[in-house]
Write a protein that binds this ligand. Structure first.
Ligand code: AMP
Ligand code: GLY
Length: 428
């Protein structure tokens, strides 16, 4: 059976790699894919990004299942389009994707359904937003309403930074946010402290099946310093999600969300990613929802998934998630992202990549911003590779991943040296 994966990042490489392992899958096509999915003999790149053309291709080639990786096509309605032509597709509809594409929508949703999240107000008028910051003081968090490729959140430690963020978002759109209906809007919310974790589930509209937990590293530099990025590395599982925290997250966040969406007439299907902040007492607040898998969280999560992903997604697209049980490798998976020179602001393209390791059963190099150019592999985007290894402890997974990173070269490569530091610190 033919499967289509939409997207071009490390997440899509990992999803396609895992789907190709299913004995039921005859071919996996990645649209548009990257240099790594082009090199992989089990995967086929499809150079199409237009939704109508993709849908036609899926019809013409009898694609059985389409999986959508990134938020942009989801927010643009790819699922509604495919479904209206009778195609099976895993992802949320345009309306349901608002959980990610509109902070104002998701905050109002959480408030309405009693899902724990930071206290907040929504503003369109800069004067009122500035007055609110004056009243609340710093630290405070300013979030643009609309997709912003990870640049729409400013954690302001000083009030001046919050004022500047308001002007950037409401007056000048300097962060390049794609606005929702009604124009520029910001959510200003309480600053939360604690440890973050990524809690990702599969949803079929009614049931939820939790994937293994994970933790991302959002800042560019070691010790969580430097600018926010899409994510510089991740590992699974995340020890901060104890069995108690896991049960609470399901009870207080994920189950009320799926029920709330159903009740509101917007049933949620697809991957649902809750970014959680967990305090010292194990209390949870929801930082954000993403309507997709995380990147780079997908890479370690897929390394650990033992169940057949194709079977799981077939169940998830027919309302059958209450019938599935997910099997996980007990080992720890840890992925280190290698980013291009200039990332995150101005990633440089065209640097030759050498030294990729040979395939191994306990390690995988997932590609993101890579492309084939005259028989060479070159950088073509901000996050270039995610070197992911499996081992019995976080420490050995970390060692193994960094050993492989050490052999890879491209000019200007940037990577963190401390992926997994929280788990290592908390290890017995
Ligand atoms: P978001 O896109 O909403 O997840 O925000 C990006 C990052 O900003 C999160 O991963 C957090 O590190 C940080 N952040 C977001 N909201 C808050 C908050 N209310 N308090 C503290 N940090 C936050
Ligand atoms: N790694 C964070 C995200 O995918 O949003």
């Amino acid at each position: 059976m033919k499967v289509l994966v939409v997207g071009s990042g490390g997440r899509e490489h990992a999803l396609a790699w895992k789907l190709a392992q299913s004995p039921k899958v005859s071919s996996v096509h990645v649209a548009p894919g990257n240099g790594g999915t082009a090199l992989d003999a089990d995967l086929h790149n499809l150079p199409i990004t237009n939704i109508a053309q993709l849908r036609q291709w899926a019809i013409d080639h009898k694609v059985v299942l389409t999986v959508v990786g990134p938020e942009a096509p989801l927010a643009a309605g790819i699922v509604d389009d495919f479904r209206s032509h009778g195609l099976r597709v895993f992802g949320p509809t345009k309306a349901a994707a608002q959980l990610e594409s509109s902070k104002a929508f998701s905050k109002a949703f959480m408030k309405r359904h009693g899902i724990p999240t930071a206290a907040y107000e929504t503003f369109t008028d800069p004067a009122l937003a500035h007055a609110y910051v004056d009243r609340m003081g710093a630290p405070i968090v300013v979030k643009a309403d609309g997709l912003a490729a990870g640049k729409g959140v400013v954690v302001a430690l000083a009030a001046t930074d919050a004022h500047e963020a308001i002007d950037f978002m409401l007056l000048d759109n300097k962060l390049g946010v794609s606005h929702n209906e009604g124009g520029a809007r910001v959510v200003i919310e309480e600053f939360l402290q604690g440890e973050e974790a990524s809690f990702i589930v599969l949803c079929d509209g009614r049931h939820v099946a939790a994937l293994a937990t994970s933790q991302d590293h959002k800042r560019l530099l070691d010790d969580d310093l430097g600018p926010n990025t899409g994510g510089m590395g991740a590992y699974s599982p995340a020890p901060v999600v104890t069995p108690d925290v896991h049960a609470r997250a399901m009870r207080e966040v994920l189950l009320p969300t799926i029920r709330g969406m159903e009740k509101d007439g917007i049933p949620y299907t697809g991957f649902l990613y809750a970014g959680l902040m967990i305090d010292g007492q194990g209390h949870i607040k929801t930082l954000e929802f993403n309507c997709r898998m995380g990147d780079p969280e997908t890479q370690p999560i897929m390394m650990r998934l033992k169940s057949d992903l194709f079977d799981l997604l077939m169940a998830a697209t027919s309302g059958g998630l209450d019938q599935v049980e997910l099997q996980w490798d007990r080992r720890i998976a840890l992925g280190v992202v290698l980013a291009a020179a200039g990332y995150p602001l101005n990633p440089r393209k065209g640097d030759a990549i050498t030294g990729l390791p040979a395939a191994a059963p306990d390690a995988m190099v997932f590609h993101a911003g890579t492309a084939q150019a005259d028989d060479r592999l070159v950088t073509s985007g901000g996050r270039v590779l995610c070197v992911t290894a499996l081992a019995d402890s976080v420490k050995t997974a970390q060692q193994r991943a960094y050993d492989l990173v050490g052999g890879i070269h491209f000019d200007g490569a940037q990577w963190r040296r401390d992926i997994g530091h929280r788990a290592i610190r908390s290890a017995p």
